[in-house]
Design a protein around this ligand. Sequence first.
Ligand code: FAD
Length: 403
Amino acid sequence: MADSPHYDVLIIGGGAGGLAVASALKNSRPQLRTAVVEPKDTHDYQPGWTLVGGGVMAAEKTRRPMRDFMPTTWIRDAVGEFDPAGNAVVLASGRRVGYDQLVVATGLQLDWDRIEGLTDALGRDGVTSNYRGDLAPYTWQCVQNFRGGRALFTQPPMPIKCAGAPQKVLYLAADEWRRRGVPAEPHFYTAGPAMFGVPYYAKALDGVIAGYGGTPHFGHNLVAVDGARREATFERADGGGRVTEHYDLLHVTPPQSAPDVIKQSPLADAAGWVEVDRSSLRHPRFDNVFALGDCAGTSNAKTAAAVRKQFPVLMANLLAARDGKPVTAGYDGYGGCPLTVERGKVLLAEFCYDGKVVSTLPLDPAKPRRLYWWMKTTLFPWMYWNVILRGRDWKYPAHRPHG
Ligand code: FAD
């Protein structure tokens, strides 16, 4: 047993999804033998990194000890290999761990190295990224030290986690420069064809960036950074080849993909994510395997807001399968993206599968509001630490179709 332990439910990853499921299982079926495999000592509240980069939240508020939120046996290791046919995983340390049911919640992988020169350039001479928690304070430092010129903000091809984060940082920076009268020229370089994947919100955001005198450049994918020359090179989607631009400040959102350990496993779909039914979150080929969060091969927006809606569904289905009952709970693809369009106002983009616009409150979600800013800066962090990570399925108001 000590060499090759076995659990009723084994959870891979102690991020938002993994801890929510582990806590919910502990709350509802404490008798089950469960464990979480997680290598990190700290848990990051990643949605807070946008606020740190905008000078609104202290970096320490986004990081807490993992042990304070770990509700069950903690295996401090990483999974190196999945063996779903053998109902086991192999840890990086070489140890094998067996399970009756598996929940995969490893998050996604940031592929910094896919941009030539980026790793060397990051963290100095005005090159930063809110996608690294340790660099988010440097983003704010860059914004404060900026004396004018070309500020470039990049967005790679989808899917990425929090599709709005690459432009939230632009708005908070541009707002600060406008207040201080800094002659800034903000540019948004995105690999995509529009400001946002959902046209209703894209239209509203066209107006927001224009309001700052910012220029969107669609179909531009960052491929190289030359930190010494302060130059960024983009590949154009229209076949126009490469274009190199000078910058005075560069905020990069890195390319993202499924973790290699999943890509290389039998669990993967064609794109490398954990293959699951988009409604039940259950694997179609290994029916004792479930996945949620950023690693799941579902087409929803990869957000903590999605995890909040996914974990009760996954829990219901996992327990039903365990009890030999039909798996009936369904996830509707809900995702939310609070876009910090200025210091003090948020546009709360909410939507479900296939871009269906919804709203939790009886308000137009595309209209920036102070109420949403309070939710983003105060309510959501509180909910994250006290409701989601504790596996509590709060009865939120049901989101309704909008428009
Ligand atoms: P994570 O929370 O990333 O956790 C994955 C865990 O798995 C990690 O702890 C990791 O160490 C562990 N792990 C990885 N590989 C292994 C392995 N091989 N073995 C064991 N463990 C492993 N969401 C919102 O809802 N609203 C926002 O405003 C928002 N803003 C964001 C801003 C930024 C800058 C960023 C980076 C993210 C933002 N998000 C936002 C997205 C949100 O943080 C993620 O969608 C959410 O954390 C996903 O949860 P997860 O459990 O899938 O992955």
